[in-house]
Design a binder for this molecule. Structure first.
Ligand SMILES: [Zn+2]
Length: 168
């Protein structure tokens, strides 16, 4: 794979979470995956500019937990689900980034930014919302198990393009 998704860490612990006094949306903890492309020179392929052939797309958790929340295994597993969904989004993004070419470096940057926006906001937002809605933020154990199976299956596949019928 020319652009490799590298999550760090792969598995979350409570030490990865910053304690906060308040969170929105009736949540006890929250994760926003962060994404960063390894900084390497772009290259010219024929008449087009592209990213370097081999690159790392790094994913890290920006994670917060309510000071008043119980740091349970169940809640941590739920947050790991959000993070894993973010990793799946990164894999879909990486596949796009590897194919994007543009006539100028500025046009390349514009196209890369659009791909980031598509995969890490436009598509990722509704998936994270569906996960929270279905699982009631981890409180619905049956739905939590169903999503855990979907996420595990998608992670095990190298080519997942959707989860719960939502496009990555
Ligand atoms: Zn949640």
């Amino acid at each position: 794979m020319p652009i490799t998704v590298v999550p760090h860490p792969v598995s979350l612990g409570w030490s990865d979470f910053s304690p906060v006094r308040a969170l929105s949306n009736n949540e006890d903890a929250h994760i926003d995956p962060g994404y960063e492309v390894e900084n390497r020179p772009i290259r010219k392929v024929g008449s087009h500019w592209m990213l370097a052939e081999t690159l790392e797309l790094r994913v890290h958790p920006r994670a917060r937990v309510l000071r008043s929340a119980s740091q349970t295994d169940e809640l941590l597993a739920h947050e790991q689900g959000h993070y894993d969904i973010g990793i799946l989004a990164a894999r879909a993004l990486a596949r796009d980034l590897a194919t994007i070419g543009a006539a100028t470096p500025a046009a390349l940057k514009h196209a890369l930014d659009a791909a980031f926006d598509l995969h890490t906001r436009t598509r990722l937002g509704p998936i994270q919302q569906a996960y929270d809605h279905d699982t009631n933020h981890s409180r619905n154990a049956q739905e939590q198990q169903r999503w855990a199976r979907l996420i595990a299956a998608a992670l095990a596949s190298t080519s997942a393009t959707a989860i719960n019928n939502l496009t990555l």
